[in-house]
Ligand binder design. Structure first.
Ligand code: NAP
Ligand code: BGC
Ligand code: ZN
Length: 357
């Protein structure tokens, strides 16, 4: 079978032949339909994030997948069932308390591997195997959009944790701001706009019009904020202070600046993964704003099975045009190298299609 691999040294991904995997006891065999590409995949290719599987010279890419169960292999899954796999698995040597509790997303480094990212092969292949417990059913009519379940699940978790941090008092996220107009930022904006308690939503980018992400933001009824003319600390004066900020640029300064955009009692959910970077901040003001304004920052990574299940419901509830507008490109595996090479601003998300339903 074919698989798209990266060496994690900045060289372009390559399509290679790999043996078709055999499901072990408790595992199902899945025929892969589509796998999405996000900012993390670019970081894996560049060698800035993740690691190769132990002893391997390359990693099979891909962690945003949807496929069809080809062989349930005695598990509770059905042949033909559409599924989205979760990303984390226990490291070699066996399971641990985080996986046993169903909270792999809360495991510290060293207590997990991530398929397609960190120490384990991913889903950009004709077939993959997985323990059935990590395969989340997706309604058949959503098969073509099922690769969006993983990124949506990341935001389900982020919002769950942000809301939990505000649960001790009366709080609603009426004014919300997403930093970043990549695919994760835009999907999260759509999730937020769909909530009854959100009254106004803003999304920050650094693009000139005409631009498909600005069109997307405005079609949702949200306001586009250009970071080049309105830096994050100016947002409260120019627009309004925010109850909730979701950071998805991976630009480290934004993590700190998030506090300056928050209303008292507000919360910032930090999801972007930055490079190490030293820069100057007014630490006193940052500390003061957090304490005297009862503000909170929550860092969050990955997602568990429950977040995937909620993400399936969220995907069903999104306006039909949203997944279509996010998934701008669907390419064959032979063309996937190009999808990693170009920085085409017309592209929001590319999916690599290995087979069709
Ligand atoms: P992406 O496609 O790289 O999107 C990042 C977006 O932020 C881009 O559209 C970029 O704009 C914009 N941006 C960067 N710096 C900016 C600035 N200074 N001002 C305004 N806009 C700026 O990545 P993604 O897939 O959407 O993911 C977003 C981030 O979340 C990445 O850092 C990724 O690694 C991380 N992530 C984390 C998790 C988690 O579990 N914590 C899960 C998924 C992704 P341009 O395109 O115009 O450059
Ligand atoms: C993935 C998460 C993963 C994170 C850190 C993200 O792109 O969607 O599942 O935990 O990267 O590696
Ligand atoms: Zn991702």
């Amino acid at each position: 079978m074919q698989a798209l691999v990266a060496r994690g040294d900045g060289t372009p991904p390559e399509l290679v032949e790999r043996p078709r995997p055999e499901p072990a006891a408790g595992e199902a065999l899945v025929r892969v339909l589509r796998v999405g590409i996000d900012g993390t995949d670019h970081e894996v290719v560049a060698g800035n994030h993740g690691s190769l599987p132990e002893g391997a010279d390359a990693i099979v890419l891909g962690h945003e997948a949807v496929g069809v169960v080809e062989d349930p292999n005695g598990t509770d899954l059905r042949e033909g069932q559409v599924v989205a796999p979760t990303v984390r698995r226990p490291p070699a040597g066996g399971t641990n308390e985080f996986f046993e509790r169903g909270e792999p997303d809360m495991a510290p480094e060293g207590m997990y591997v991530e398929r397609g990212i960190d120490g384990a092969d991913g889903f950009m292949a004709d077939y993959v195997t997985s323990p059935a417990e990590y395969l989340v059913p997706v309604p058949r009519h959503l098969a073509e959009w099922g690769l969006l379940v993983e990124p949506l699940s990341v935001s389900e978790k982020a919002l769950e944790h942000a809301f939990a941090s505000r649960s001790a008092f009366e709080w609603t996220p009426e004014r919300t701001l997403v930093l970043g107009n990549g695919s994760l930022g835009l999907l999260t904006l759509a999730m937020l706009v769909g909530r009854d308690d959100v009254e106004r939503a803003y999304c920050l980018g650094r693009r000139d019009r005409p631009d498909p992400t600005i069109d997307f933001i405005e079609r949702l009824g949200a306001t586009y904020v250009d970071s080049r003319t309105t830096p994050v600390p100016d947002i409260p004066d120019r627009y309004e202070p925010m109850d909730l900020v979701y950071e998805a640029t991976g630009y480290a300064r934004h993590a700190v600046e998030t506090v300056s955009a928050l209303a008292p009692g507000g919360v910032g959910a930090l999801v972007g993964v930055p490079e190490p970077w030293t820069f100057e901040v007014d630490g006193g003001q940052f500390h003061r704003d957090l304490v005297l304004g009862n503000r909170a920052l929550v860092g969050t990574v990955n997602s568990g099975r429950g977040h995937f299940e909620t993400a399936v419901e969220t995907l069903q509830g999104l306006p039909e045009w949203v997944p279509e507008a996010v998934l701008t490109d669907v390419v064959a595996p032979e063309e996937a190298g190009g999808a990693f090479a170009d920085g085409d601003e017309r592209t929001i998300k590319t999916a690599v299609e290995f087979s069709t339903i």
